[in-house]
Design a protein around this ligand. Structure first.
Ligand code: 5GP
Length: 185
């Protein structure tokens, strides 16, 4: 499997295979089912990167759950811009609701921090973070502490399974480190 992926010539190194991602989602699904049974949480995916992760994760949550999406962005190319904008808001009111934010990757923490502040201001009953990947070396806010982390990775730029470079590579069914030659042309 890993050998097949390495045939993609724009990838340096595999971070998570399809099978590893499925295992993570199964494990998280079981834990979330236990924790949220009877609470009817809202899984809120951060667009666009969380879509494949959300789709895989929600299949393993075996209690009543709603889903919605929000789009916030601080990124352009391979660098965070620092300021976060809400580009598309969610539809479901979060007041008095248990919210589970589903994210592809956390780097500086600025995006998720902004979304958490928004949900707090709107009166969410609880807010928890589930992220497929975490890059703690890039963190600039110390208030973001995800409860569920699929894999902690070094400060490298990764693509696939929802993660893009210039809107490409989101459709890969694995996560890998993008070769520098692709963005340092
Ligand atoms: P933060 O606000 O925590 O710095 O960044 C979170 C967002 O930045 C993620 O949702 C993702 O869109 C983008 N991001 C951060 N690190 C990476 C990375 O290594 N690869 C890609 N493709 N996007 C990243």
């Amino acid at each position: 499997m890993k050998d097949d992926i390495l045939k993609d010539d724009f990838i340096d190194e595999i971070i998570l295979t399809r099978e590893e991602i499925a295992g993570i989602c199964e494990k998280f699904g079981e834990k979330l089912t236990e924790e949220y049974r009877g609470k009817r949480p809202i899984l809120v995916g951060l667009l666009k990167g969380s879509i494949p992760f959300m789709a895989e994760l929600m299949k393993h949550i075996k209690c009543e759950t709603e889903i919605d999406f929000i789009q916030a962005s601080s990124y352009s190319g391979v660098k965070s811009k620092g300021a976060v904008m809400i580009l598309k808001d969610m539809i479901t009111p979060v007041k008095d609701r248990h919210v589970i934010i589903v994210e592809d990757i956390i780097d500086t923490g600025l995006t998720i921090q902004e979304v958490m502040n928004l949900f707090q201001d709107r009166g969410a009953k609880s807010i928890e973070i589930v992220t497929l990947l975490d890059k703690p070396a890039g963190r600039t806010v110390n208030t973001v502490t995800p409860k569920y982390i699929g894999k902690t990775i070094p400060n490298k730029f990764v693509v696939g399974f929802g993660l893009d470079y210039d809107e490409l590579y989101r459709n890969l069914d694995y996560v890998g480190v993008l070769k520098e030659a692709v963005y340092k042309k």
